[in-house]
Design a protein around this ligand. Sequence first.
Ligand code: ATP
Length: 369
Amino acid sequence: MAQLSLKHIYKRYPNGFEAVKDFSLEVADKEFIIFVGPSGCGKSTTLRMVAGLEEISDGEFCIDGKRMNEVEPKDRDIAMVFQNYALYPHMTVYDNMAFGLKLRKVPKAEIDKKVRDAAKILDLEKLLERKPKALSGGQRQRVAMGRAIVREPKVFLMDEPLSNLDAKLRVQMRAEIAALHHRLGATIIYVTHDQTEAMTLGTRIVVLKDGVIMQVDSPQTLYNKPDNLFVAGFIGSPQMNFMDCEVKEEGGNILLVHGEMKYVMPENKAKALKEGGYIGKTVVFGIRPDDIDDYPEFVQKFPEYIIKAECTGYELLGSEVLLYYTVNGLTMTAKVDASTAAQRGETIELAFDINKSHIFDKETEQIIS
Ligand code: ATP
């Protein structure tokens, strides 16, 4: 059982820089929590405060209700796996995994059982006598993981553990980590700046920017219902398209206007815009490339939400194509089926699914509807 509670946590470095601000999060037992965000947003700092490697400047961190702020790292029952897995080069895989337990004076027979059990889980049984230099990157990463597993900690912290691996190995290790989480039933906090890792591994994702939590939600909710412009732009690849629009009221309708294009807002969006006092103001309209399409049935389904534009780029991804097109000097992206007839240099007719669109306040960057 390991339930973590971070309450109003701050980190101020000695130079006065505030790297983490008012960070509050409850992590349930056995949860797989991901921290994502751009470089320097405070992911590692937060993780290091949980591990006890960085002092908490303000706020309280508890495990199962017990205050941890002053508890030594070794007494927190937390294991950390870093991106540079730092194995001891002169020791075998077996000894690398056994080392921490030996230091703790765990009986030899018990160490042996734990190392062999972990080796089995991680498929390292045949490699126990090898030295790290005779292992592949993925195998080394598994040994680093094994070293954490043998300690049977309550909590695993993983700081970009796959970032040193090539693309193929990352995919493989990602699946292994997901399986490991199920097998071990442990609470995991995992830092990454890789979106795919975040979206596929996490039960919940914490999106950070400049040391502040922007949103905490399931991958699906972050993708479908972003709370603000930052999350909308950060989650999803290719990125959501954004377009500044003016809000107008005409003949009882609420419209979003961008150059020549005018779109009538459906009831829920019209209501939110009107009640929020946005008429006459500029808002940011957002639509994902996945929610724009050019096949005739789709275009006919959304006759009021058509975009006519020049196709300026075409990228074949396999079964799909990314189309780049320009609207009033703004480049937008659509992900369409590879059977598309669109060609670079031609004017294409696309439509978007208004129900999947998002409108944000231009000043506060918060979602309106
Ligand atoms: P990355 O994805 O690049 O690893 P991160 O989100 O993990 O980034 P942190 O390493 O937590 O970011 O750093 C957060 C901020 O704190 C950064 O702006 C960094 O420059 C700053 N920082 C980190 N360590 C110190 C320190 N010892 N003194 C002052 N500032 C620091």
